[in-house]
Design a binder for this molecule. Structure first.
Ligand code: COI
Length: 356
């Protein structure tokens, strides 16, 4: 591994001076992993706190087979994006929100976590070091994946004695193969993503392993993703494997309330604020699965999926379609405001973007 200068010196290293674009086909980005130049690593030894983070050449990391993340699943991830503006500068979207969410997830998973400042500085350094991988304006974004894992040795059910905070990045386009076209969801009625008191409300890696079975089966049947119901009443909407869900009826926008079993999405929260600022009424509440039958529009939100209109939902033997398979006016409006803000095309009155 070739080591770079410590974090505080990164602005003067060769890593930040590369402004040309990587030599890849920028028109065909999907949502798949592409290795880039640098990753960021910071460690926390037993009883200590995170310090001495540094950029390293991107590559495999060494992990003992007995590490906490591999044996008891002590791990969290985050996701955020960087966009290249027309003037070449780069914008991050609300990185301190990801830092705060990692801190609350770390508390639930009994892990120490970087401070908000350490997290945000590490994200900035990693993006700048990989600047040539930030897609040209309009071609996609650089997806940033911070990880927090138990990297010390365990054998029983116990806390990892050491932790690693890591960031890698990958250029991405649309999450769903449908691109910006409406997606088709299926409501899962046998398994559940989360239980009250569990870890559904934090971004622990196990939440994503738990949905793989239903997700894989749904994809094999041609659906884009799976919509989960609550595990107690088995009738209230929770979230989709990779994103939050919104239902529109008569210009009122409703979304499942945050109550510990769904992820408090940063795009979800931003879309609620944008919708209210555009004059929509937004309700965070229990949303009954039967409301899908009457809805005018349904859409999903998430860092990866941005705002994705839903074209149809299948529940048991019923299939309901929205807007004759077209994208609804409300989701189009919200998508447009959010993405123009993230790309620096409109004034950021919310003070959400961070320019590098
Ligand atoms: C994100 O939107 O960043 C997520 O973490 C979802 C992920 C499963 C792609």
């Amino acid at each position: 591994i070739r080591r770079c200068a410590p974090l505080s010196d990164t602005s003067s290293t060769e890593t930040t001076q590369t402004s040309e674009l990587a030599d890849i086909e920028w028109d065909n980005l999907g949502f798949g992993f592409l290795p880039t130049d640098y990753m960021y690593l910071m460690k926390c030894a037993q009883g200590g706190s995170f310090s001495n983070g540094e950029l390293q050449r991107f590559g495999s990391i060494e992990l003992n087979p007995s590490s906490g993340v591999l044996n008891v699943g002590q791990g969290l991830f985050e996701g955020l994006k960087a966009y290249r503006k027309q003037d070449g500068n780069i914008l991050l979207f609300r990185p301190e929100e990801n830092a705060l969410r990692m801190r609350s997830g770390a508390e639930r998973m009994c892990m120490p976590s970087p401070t908000v400042e350490q997290f945000v500085e590490a994200v900035k350094a990693t993006v700048l070091a990989n600047k040539r991988w930030v897609p040209p304006p309009g071609k996609g974004s650089l997806y940033i994946r911070p990880l927090l894992i138990g990297s010390g040795d365990v054998l029983g059910v116990e806390l990892s004695p050491a932790y690693t905070f890591l960031i890698f990045v990958s250029p991405v386009g649309n999450y769903f193969k449908e691109g910006l076209a409406p997606i088709n969801l299926i409501v899962e009625h046998e398994s559940h993503r989360a239980i009250p008191g569990g870890t559904g409300g934090v971004k622990t890696i196990g939440n994503y392993a738990a949905v793989l079975k239903a997700h894989t089966a749904a994809k094999a049947k041609g659906y884009s993703d799976v919509l989960y119901l609550d595990s107690v009443h088995k009738k209230y909407l929770e979230e989709v494997s990779s994103c939050n869900i919104f239902v529109v009826k008569d210009d009122v926008i409703s979304t499942p309330a945050i109550k510990g079993t769904i992820l408090p999405g940063i795009t979800r929260k931003s879309i609620i604020d944008i919708a209210r600022s555009q004059g929509f009424q937004v309700e965070e509440r229990f949303v009954d699965v039967d409301e899908l039958l009457e809805a005018d529009e349904v859409f999903c939100t998430g860092t990866a999926v941005v705002v994705s209109p839903v074209g149809s939902i299948t529940y048991l033997d019923k299939r309901v379609s929205y807007g004759e398979g077209g994208s609804g006016a409300v989701s189009q409006k919200l998508y447009s405001v959010l993405t123009r803000l993230q790309m620096g095309l409109i004034e950021d009155k919310m003070d959400w973007t961070v320019e590098l």
